[in-house]
Design a protein around this ligand. Sequence first.
Ligand code: AMP
Ligand code: MG
Length: 267
Amino acid sequence: MKHYRIKPDTNVNLNDWAADDHSAFKSNKQDANAEQQALNRKLEQLQELLYAEHKHKVLIVLQAMDTGGKDGTIRRVFEGVNPQGVKVQSFKAPTHDELDHDYLWRAHQHVPAKGELVIFNRSHYEDVLVVRVHKLVPDEIWKRRYEQIRDFERMLAEEGTTILKFYLHIDRAEQKKRLQSRLDDPTKHWKFNEEDIHERKLWDEYMQAYEAVLSKTSTDWAPWYIVPANHKWYRNLVVARVIVDALADLKMSYPEAQQDLEKIVVE
Ligand code: AMP
Ligand code: MG
């Protein structure tokens, strides 16, 4: 999975990253299911340990273009995980109250506490993505945010948060297919948003904004992974594998009993 992890200060050009790559797992779509289930079981165990140990905090950031698969990834990768101790926080267009504060305020309120795993479905990165592309603030304001975000995440990491950031990378042709299927399939109509058609016209601007994010904010304490996401099965395997490996690296253990349990009799 190292291959997908962006080293600090890399100049990322997304044209160099194949969105339909599926080379790191030997599985094909058919075998992927068994592999996914094995990873899900491991994640389930590690998450229980995280909760029981009550020491580490885990923050997972998911970013992608519209139809990129953020919701599907959450559904599949966290299937079977105990909902206690796991939270999903989605970031929509900011409210008036949120806009009256600094842009990191709303993100900071939802970062994980000890023993928790929090998934950001979109994140503070929207403040250098949609905000940049739509010129919602002057250039000089979004330009200084990369450094602010690096510092914010470094503080979280120093305070005990493991941060993993995933950019789910689909290409333009795949987005076309997925938008079309939202139009064609009545069970997907609810997902269709006319704004997505307008956003799609800004594809190149978004790619540029994502390249800046990936180039400037992948750090040792909060790395970005570029996940090839045209194939949903592969995307899920990559995300699950990275999370499982990161949690295993924490070398967690169940806490020691606080008393001499052998002396206790259950009548
Ligand atoms: P969805 O994730 O499809 O429900 O859409 C959420 C929408 O909220 C997307 O169009 C985002 O671009 C938008 N959004 C999220 N964060 C911000 C932000 N900080 N400023 C402006 N729009 C945002
Ligand atoms: Mg949407």
